[in-house]
Design a protein. Structure first.
Length: 259
């Protein structure tokens, strides 16, 4: 522990990288302004600012990797910013927008979302060098916050009041909290193969997807995030039989070795 503090102190004496940390600051600013909008009752703007925060959050890591400016300071700063922008901001938004009528059950749901987001970030920081780079363990907190924002924007798009399907909204918050601390695997979109040469059909599909999103952006935004949210559960169920066979084979092998 003391060694880590010494390394951090020496790194701070050498200075910090400005560019990626500016993007992180932009993410933090957007998340904070989302909370201000929530307190002012402008829930649609709050949802949009949380989505803007997620864009900045995606850019800071990519900029740091592309420019070779990753640092321990940047990682810690990014985690703190994520907790505010994707934990506290969406939790407050959901409470003020839809969960307040539930009383204690409502604010506990909002708090559970925040604390599970914090646990998700802490686990990620601990496991970052020991897990597969192509997969996240648990639903990433920016995706959970974006799911919250997409839900709010969908309701505004159709003109539904927050009281409409309010039990489903409460269930969604509990589900997102559970998925963040679950062991379900989620695709990270960090696969280097994505930027390499791909078949021509991939470009055609990408163009068609872009057209569909442009036609109904708010609906498609919700569809994309709901599909990603449930992709971890679907992947777990699809690979369950194979994992059971593998576990059974390993168990039988150990049993034979013991004999």
């Amino acid at each position: 522990m003391n060694g880590e503090k010494i390394d951090m102190t020496e790194s701070m004496r050498k200075g910090i990288y400005i560019l990626p940390n500016l993007f992180t600051t932009g993410s933090l600013f957007a998340g904070f302004y989302g909370m201000v909008a929530t307190m002012n009752g402008d829930f649609k703007s709050a949802a949009l600012w949380i989505l803007v925060s997620s864009i900045f959050d995606g850019l800071d890591g990519k900029v740091a990797r592309l420019t070779g400016t990753s640092s321990k300071f940047g990682v810690e700063y990014d985690s703190l910013a994520d907790l505010v922008s994707f934990g506290v901001a969406p939790g407050l938004l959901m409470y003020k927008w839809a969960l307040q009528p539930f009383g204690r059950l409502g604010w506990l749901a909002a708090f559970l979302f925040v604390v599970c987001g914090a646990l998700r970030l802490a686990r990620f920081n601990v496991q970052v060098n020991t897990v597969e780079n192509k997969r996240f363990v648990g639903l990433p907190i920016p995706a959970a916050a974006s799911m919250v924002s997409a839900t709010v924007l969908l309701f505004y798009h159709f003109g539904w009041p927050s009281s409409y399907k309010k039990v489903a909204i409460l269930a969604l918050i509990y589900l997102l909290a559970f998925l963040m601390v679950s062991s379900f695997r989620y695709y990270s979109f960090k696969d280097p193969e994505l930027i390499k040469r791909q078949p021509f059909a991939f470009l055609v599909l990408a163009v068609l997807l872009f057209i569909v999103i442009a036609a109904e952006p708010l609906i498609m935004l919700f569809v994309i995030f709901i599909c990603y949210t449930f992709s971890g559960i679907v992947g777990f169920l699809m690979t369950w039989p194979r994992r059971r066979r593998l576990e059974k084979a390993i168990h039988n092998k150990h049993s034979k070795d013991e004999k």
